[in-house]
Ligand binder design. Structure first.
Ligand SMILES: [Zn+2]
Length: 208
C-alpha cells in the first residue's frame, strides 16, 4: 500500500534542507536539462493539500471538452482530435473521447479504439518530414475529461529528447502557426485514410 499523504510528506521532508528545499539531482543533472544547475534551486516542499481541489470538468455540465465537442481537425463517432495552438514544438495534438469519460472509466470498446487511434496518430506524426518522434502523454491532473497529448519532437534537436520536452516546449518561441496547421492537416488526412472518420464535426452527436 502506498504511503499515506502525511507519511509521504515526512519521507520527502527528511531529504530537505532547513528551508524545506530538496537538493538538485537527477533530471537537472542530465545533459538534456533546459536549466543549468548553477543558481537553480528547488522550491520549498509544501505539505499535502487534502482533500485535493476538484479538477476542471468533474461535473460534465461544466466541462470544456464536452462543450467543445464540435471543435477539432478529425472526428469519428466516439473521438475527436484537436491541434493545440501557441506551442513551441512543431505540433501538439490532443485526442478526446466525445463523451465524458476519464481514462479509468473508459468502456473496453473505447479503450481498444484508443490504442488503435493512438498508434495511428503516432505513425502519422512521425511520418511528417523533419519530425523524429511523437511523444504520448496522459496526465489527467488538470481536466477530468480524458485527453491524450501527442508532442512532435523536431528532428535533430537533441536536447529535446525525453521527459524535459514539455518544459522545452514552454521555453521555445511560438512555432509558426501556418506550418503547424498544414502538418496537422496532413496527420488528420492520413488518419481518415487509415482509421476512417472525417475532417469535420458533421455527423457528430449534437452539443448538449
Ligand atoms: Zn467532459
Amino acid at each position: 500500500m502506498a504511503l499515506r499523504p502525511d507519511e509521504f510528506y515526512d519521507h520527502a521532508l527528511a531529504a530537505t534542507d532547513e528551508e524545506r528545499r530538496l537538493p538538485l539531482a537527477r533530471m537537472t543533472g542530465w545533459d538534456i536539462s533546459p536549466f543549468e544547475s548553477d543558481g537553480l534551486r528547488v522550491s520549498p516542499l509544501r505539505p499535502p493539500v487534502l482533500p485535493e481541489p476538484p479538477r476542471h470538468g468533474e461535473d460534465p455540465s461544466n466541462c470544456d471538452a464536452c462543450r467543445d465537442r464540435g471543435e477539432g481537425i478529425w472526428f469519428n463517432d466516439k473521438w475527436r482530435l484537436t491541434r493545440i495552438a501557441g506551442v513551441g514544438v512543431p505540433l501538439v495534438l490532443m485526442l478526446h473521447p466525445i463523451e465524458h469519460y476519464d481514462m479509468a472509466d473508459l468502456p473496453d470498446e473505447l479503450a481498444a479504439e484508443l490504442g488503435v487511434l493512438s498508434t495511428h496518430i503516432v505513425r502519422h506524426v512521425q511520418g511528417l518530414p523533419h519530425i523524429s518522434r511523437a511523444h504520448v502523454y496522459r496526465i489527467g491532473d488538470g481536466g477530468a475529461h480524458l485527453h491524450i497529448w501527442f508532442f512532435a519532437r523536431p528532428e535533430g534537436q537533441s536536447q529535446l529528447y525525453g521527459s524535459w520536452l514539455p518544459v522545452w516546449d514552454d521555453l521555445l518561441p511560438e512555432y509558426p502557426a501556418d506550418v503547424a496547421e498544414a502538418d496537422a492537416a496532413l496527420v488528420a488526412d492520413a488518419l481518415v485514410a487509415s482509421a476512417g472518420g472525417r475532417r469535420s464535426a458533421a455527423g457528430a452527436p449534437p452539443r448538449d
